[in-house]
Design a protein around this ligand. Structure first.
Ligand code: 5GP
Length: 348
């Protein structure tokens, strides 16, 4: 047994320090990013915020709305095999999610065969620390070549980020064990990693892997963002992409069980993809996330554009407060103050 006395931080433990700024107006802040990738030969341009591939939020309707902002969606994996060729028309912003079972592979292969194309892929498992996961990612890379951008996870420590990029052939590693709003992993198992520290440490590890000038390893901070300030902190901590579930839940673009009041939407049943609710609905997902999810009722929030614009406004403001002219340079400009003393006290 070993104890790490190094304090590890969550979003609530820090605030960004304001800095002298040369940005005249927050409108001038550039949120679009251009990425090249460690393995894939593709280039990607857009605002790097994903809708999570939960069946409530990773919907076709969400992808249509977000793509107007240049934002991607990881479509959930419970659409029928035959539906995908009609659904995926925007290859930049509609990503194909899979687990690591043979039928996941077969479904993807079917899509590629009948469309004669390869989509960007999100390989999603609860525990990205297994050999099976790394081997599966490598097989996808070997079989589908350098065309697709492959994102995969989840993990929360730097060594595994490098392992997944180097030996799994992955371009973007999804980081987050236990921070999700519908996740009970920390409660059920005692396993987890405070998300801000995970982002700082994992982005450092990923960015250290380079091919030439611009092709570096990347990470996607997945889970735990409850407000636009958390999204700002995630990017400031070094995230290249951020993934959102709960923040987009309860919007018009969600699918699922709505509660109505006089014909008007009142609340959405929002559940973790390994909760009993999801297991009951899909039967086959029993071992997907080992029942580490909760069910929540999320109050109706209106159109997802309201949430998106709130986040983009928050990001532009945060950049101008910390003297950054772009999302790209945010982490370079960022300085955090610790504001939660508990961590200091525990380490003494
Ligand atoms: P949120 O933005 O809601 O805080 O987090 C979304 C993320 O939570 C998802 O992208 C996924 O990684 C994670 N997640 C979704 N469902 C479950 C679940 O049932 N259990 C766990 N442990 N994580 C989940």
């Amino acid at each position: 047994m070993k104890i790490n006395y190094d304090p590890k931080l969550d979003f609530d433990d820090v605030l960004l320090v304001p800095q002298r700024s040369r940005t005249a107006s927050r409108k001038e802040v550039e949120l679009n990013r251009n990425f090249s990738f460690y393995h894939s030969k593709q280039k990607w341009n857009g605002i790097p915020i994903f809708a999570a591939n939960m069946d409530t939020t990773g919907t076709v309707s969400m992808s249509h709305l977000l793509s107007k902002y240049g934002m991607p969606t990881c479509l959930h994996k419970h659409y029928e095999q035959n539906q995908y060729p009609d659904i995926i028309i925007n290859y930049e912003h509609q990503w194909y999610s899979i687990g690591i079972k043979q039928n996941d592979y077969d479904k993807l292969k079917y899509f590629c065969d009948i469309t004669n194309s390869v989509p960007n892929i999100c390989v999603d498992v609860a525990n990205g620390y297994t050999d099976d996961f790394v081997n599966f990612c490598r097989k996808i890379r070997e079989d589908f070549g350098q065309k697709p951008i492959i994102m995969a996870g989840n993990v929360s420590t730097p060594e595994m980020v490098q392992e997944i990029i180097l030996h799994g052939g992955v371009d973007i590693v999804k980081v987050g064990i236990g921070p999700g709003s519908a996740c009970t992993t920390r409660l059920k198992t005692g396993v987890g990693y405070p998300q801000l520290s995970a982002i700082i440490e994992c982005s450092h590890a990923a960015h250290g892997l380079r091919v030439g000038q611009s092709r570096i390893g990347l990470i996607c901070a997945d889970g735990g963002c409850r407000t636009s300030s958390d999204v700002c902190k995630a990017f400031a901590a070094g995230a290249d992409f951020v993934m959102l579930g709960g923040m987009l839940a309860g919007t018009d673009q969600c699918e699922g069980d709505w509660e109505y009041d006089n014909g008007n939407k009142k609340a959405l049943k929002f559940y973790g993809m390994s909760s009993h609710a999801a297991q009951k609905k899909y039967g086959g997902v029993k071992n997907y996330r080992a029942s580490e999810g909760r069910i929540k009722k999320v109050t109706y929030k209106g159109d997802a554009s309201l949430i998106v614009e709130d986040i983009l406004g928050g990001l532009r403001s945060a950049c101008s407060y910390i003297g950054s002219t772009s999302l790209k340079h945010m982490s370079r400009c960022a300085e955090f103050n610790l504001v939660n003393r508990t961590h200091f006290d525990q380490s003494v």
